[in-house]
Ligand binder design. Structure first.
Ligand code: BEZ
Length: 384
């Protein structure tokens, strides 16, 4: 009798400790699962889950539970959606998203509630600029980075007058901003900035305008379904062989199957590509192909690295998401072993990374050089 009472007392004492040690880590995945960016959201989730599977389904010893939400790439719904995950579902960490406008709303919610946020794509400059915070990180890029790298390439290739064309929202504006900054610094001139609202794909009137202006080259930012249509329409308008089309790499990443011959030869800049001589990339690609029967793209890499960054931070904090300073210190100190090549996280919590120059060859965005090595986003306005 006495022994069983003692055993019971032990059990009561031990139970909370055990449940504490095993409390699941709730990850709120807020991504587009519908609309023009649906494939991007899917690839990010696959990459994230692949890293997790490699860790036996646990991060910092905690089993991971997902709460998924389709953000539809709709900034108007973003604050409510992020609040649902944080306040209703009580997630420990937010992971998302693709669209810059949605990410800015997520960053505000994360900041207001002190929730850990890892952005696996959206390049909104504000998030690692004026909105930067101890608990907000990006595993991808800032919109400025690929644009800046391509501005240097276009100038070196002799372009003097360039027309830009993009969607009118933060990602397009900031991508063009990065391009313009380095291109004009090198003596070039952006003679016309064309745009249409996201996610419209009525490109024809703008292509007619480009044909009339006859610039030396065109710089573009589109992604997902819109990128597929733009590249096809550019070729159908007879412009492909007349005016070189340069882009941030999203124009041809994850899209080549659908773009086919119309994308052949295009030059883009991005922090990932095909044919990298990076051992981690080889193992990553083999594992991804085995798990999903498909080749990964840049979005899958960013999802994989978002999970890696979460693990780096939480391992240093003993799995405790409230230890923000420990998490930030570990992530900023880390050399992240990514399929893109090793990269670091700058003081503004954005990747410092090589920007590759890629050329479309068959179904590959073949890396043909490094356009700008170890490029850091300037983090303008970030005070931490
Ligand atoms: C963005 O909205 O930041 C974005 C979307 C797709 C690809 C790259 C950037």
């Amino acid at each position: 009798m006495k022994r069983s009472i003692i055993a019971l007392a032990f059990a009561v004492l031990l139970f909370p400790l055990q449940s504490m040690g095993q409390a699941k880590l709730k990850v709120g995945l807020m991504l587009p699962y519908s609309g023009t960016y649906a494939a991007l959201g899917d690839a990010i989730e696959k990459g994230f889950r692949l890293y997790l599977a490699e860790q036996g389904g646990r991060i910092a010893g905690r089993e991971v539970e997902f709460v998924k939400l389709d953000d539809e790439s709709d900034p108007a719904k973003a604050t409510d959606n992020a609040n649902k995950l944080v306040k209703r579902d009580n997630v420990d960490v937010l992971v998302g998203t693709v669209h810059s406008g949605v990410a800015m709303a997520m960053a505000k919610v994360a900041k207001d509630n002190g929730t850990l946020l890892i952005i696996p794509n959206a390049g909104a400059v504000a998030v690692t600029g004026p909105m930067c915070a101890e608990n907000i990180f990006r595993s991808s890029f800032s919109n400025w980075q690929p644009g800046y790298a391509m501005g240097e390439v276009a100038a070196k290739r002799g372009a003097k007058k360039v027309v830009t064309i993009t969607w009118k929202y933060a990602a397009g504006d900031e991508s063009v901003g990065g391009f313009k900054e380095s291109f004009e610094k090198a003596g070039g001139q952006v003679v016309k900035e064309l745009s249409l609202p996201f996610p419209n794909v009525e490109f024809q009137p703008l292509l007619t305008e480009i044909a009339a202006i006859k610039p030396d080259a065109v710089y573009t930012f589109f992604a997902g379904g819109g990128a597929v249509k733009f590249v096809k329409d550019y070729a159908a308008a007879g412009l492909k062989d007349k005016i070189p089309l340069y882009g941030a790499g999203f124009i041809t990443d994850g899209t080549l199957e659908a773009q086919g011959a119309d994308a052949q030869g295009l030059l883009t800049t991005l922090h990932y590509g095909d044919g990298l001589d990076v051992p981690k990339d080889k193992t990553f690609r083999a594992a991804y192909a085995k798990a999903y029967g498909a080749q990964p793209d840049v979005y899958a890499v960013q999802g994989y690295d978002a999970a890696q960054m979460l693990a780096i931070g939480l391992n240093a904090a003993g799995g405790d998401v409230s230890k923000k300073a420990e998490i930030a210190k570990a992530i900023v100190a880390a050399k992240i072993d990514s399929p893109r090549g090793t990269f670091t996280i700058g003081a503004n919590h954005n990747p410092v990374q090589d920007m590759y120059l890629r050329q479309v060859v068959g179904k590959d965005n073949k890396v043909i050089g490094v356009a700008t090595p170890a490029l850091a986003d300037p983090g303008r306005g970030c005070k931490m």
